[in-house]
Design a protein around this ligand. Structure first.
Ligand code: NAD
Length: 486
């Protein structure tokens, strides 16, 4: 179903390269509202030539940008965050329209993005090196942190504006320049972001944006020899392709990939708190969040009480088109591929013996990729639904007899991004932090990272990480100097 309003969607989107908006004149990608199926934009499907132009521009200006004192680079970042704060509503509407998240969450995304840029700007006065003891008389050894050079930021669709900042802000404050490729599902917010950047006096070429598909612009960017670091967020499959492309030039990669986060609910937990936190962890952004709770292990003694509490919350979830109803908890899934994937996984779980407590099917709404909030019990470790990322509003639950069993099952996963445990026993909580092999563990609270933490996955959830001091240093390389003197 298409409501085509050509005059509104044609020709208004141009890549931002070297401080200018550049008409591509080539093929385009259509962008749809996942809640209405309406065509809302038509953006350049950029090819290798535009990628090359953007990388060259970023390369040209990088030495000058690096030479600026870090505090001056930070001041440019603060001008960008100020622009975001002046345009929260406009940006939130765009994000909600192309991605489907509810407006309050879209506003949180925009404000959080501005805060994140400011947070990274604060590091300007805190970038430090080291002085190392020498074996020689009259020698000073010092290590400095230098920018990598040109960063390629490849972005997914789930928090599309925030992810631009998560890559751009640490890259720029440390002296890199950047070429961002937005997701073909949600490029419109990136065009709006580039327009706001263009309204500041950020030097041309420091930030560049191109739109296009993964196979086209994405592949060209990740295999470009002029790129020094590929900072990618997205699926494991694409992460593998990007590593292969990067291998040709031995380009460094930073990969933030998928997750299959376990939530462990023990018999001594506060069950009301656990049900609310697991619900929030699962349902934020319609379950389309890399650190979402993706599977629950609940101790047998409290399984029924916990499932009741969770099921009630799932049943009460209000969902629909976020732009026609302000009073919603959840919007649609991002596209048909996402909806079919979730529906297929639930169907297979059911046929393998899972019990549907709530939901279990696509929603009966004429427009939009809506799936019913779903709780599944009687799940087993060998089921696909307990092993593969669902990325939707579905919680499969497995009953366990001990914390040992829960931790063993949690660790038996190809993913290793986030995890959580609900218990009132300090010793059990501390034991879990030792034994859970994940980049993040949340104790008695929902899964959602802070900008000053370090968001990093183990195993197939990624290489390297983002946020905080450690995330910042991912955008630098070391330079050690041996200075012999009198
Ligand atoms: P995706 O991998 O399909 O796409 C992500 C980006 O990669 C898009 O811009 C796409 O165009 C590009 N791309 C696709 N093929 C490419 C190729 N061959 N070369 C270069 N670029 C290519 O992911 P998605 O569907 O947009 O996002 C959902 C996934 O992202 C989920 O698996 C989720 O867990 C993950 N994610 C992870 C984090 C994290 O921090 N770990 C955060 C958000 C999302």
């Amino acid at each position: 179903m298409r409501l085509f309003r050509e005059q509104e969607v044609k020709g208004e989107y141009q890549n931002f390269i070297d401080g200018r908006f550049v008409a591509s004149g080539g093929p385009t990608v259509d962008v749809y509202n996942p809640a209405t199926f309406e065509l809302i934009g038509r953006v350049p499907d950029s090819g290798a030539d535009q990628v090359d132009e953007a990388v060259r521009a970023a390369r040209r200006v990088q030495p000058d940008w690096e030479r600026l004192p870090a505090i001056q680079r930070a001041n440019y970042l603060r001008k960008i965050s100020a622009k975001l704060r002046e345009n929260v509503e406009m940006l939130a509407q765009i994000i909600s329209r192309e991605q489907g998240k509810v407006l309050p969450l879209a506003r949180v995304e925009v404000n959080f993005t501005a805060d994140y840029i400011d947070y990274m700007a604060e590091w300007a006065r805190r970038l430090e090196g080291e002085v190392v003891t020498s074996d020689r008389a009259g020698e000073t050894i010092f290590l400095t942190r230098r920018p990598m050079g040109v960063v390629a930021g490849i972005i997914p669709w789930n928090f599309p504006l925030f992810l631009i900042a998560r890559k751009m802000a640490p890259a720029l404050v440390t002296g890199n320049t950047i070429v961002v490729k937005s997701s073909e599902e949600t490029p419109l917010n990136a065009f709006a972001f580039a327009k706001l950047v263009a309204e500041t006096d950020l030097p041309a070429g420091v930030f560049n944006h191109i739109s296009g598909t993964g196979a086209g612009a994405g592949a060209a960017l990740s295999s470009h020899p002029g790129v020094d670091l590929i900072s990618f967020t997205g699926s494991v499959e694409t992460g593998l392709r990007i590593m292969q492309a990067a291998a040709k030039n031995l380009t460094r990669v930073n990969l933030e990939l998928g997750g299959k986060a376990p939530a462990i609910v023990l018999a001594d937990a506060d069950l009301d708190l656990a049900a609310k936190a697991v619900y929030d962890s699962r349902m934020t952004n319609t379950g389309q969040l890399c650190n979402c709770a993706e599977r629950v292990y609940v101790e047998r003694k409290v399984a029924d009480q916990f499932v009741d509490r969770l099921a009630r919350r799932m049943r009460d979830t209000r969902y629909g088109d976020p732009l026609s109803n302000a009073d919603l908890d959840m919007g649609p899934l991002v596209n048909k591929v996402g909806l079919d994937k979730v529906a297929g996984m639930v169907e297979r779980a059911r046929s393998e013996g899972a019990t549907v407590v709530v939901g279990g099917a696509a929603a009966d709404i004429p427009r939009g990729y809506h799936y019913q909030p779903t709780v599944l019990t009687n799940c087993r470790a060998d089921m696909e639904i307990m092993r593969k990322e669902i990325f939707g509003p579905v919680l499969p639950i497995q009953t366990v007899d001990s914390v040992e069993e829960a931790i063993t099952l949690s660790n038996d996963s190809e993913y290793g991004l986030t995890s959580s445990i609900y218990t009132n026993d300090l010793n059990t909580a501390m034991r879990a932090t030792r034994e859970l092999r994940f980049g993040e563990t949340y104790i008695n609270r929902e899964h959602f990272e802070a900008m000053q933490g370090f968001h990093a996955g183990r195993r197939k959830s990624g290489i390297g990480g983002a946020d905080g001091k450690h995330g910042l240093y991912e955008y630098t390389e070391t330079h050690i100097v041996y200075m012999q003197h009198g």
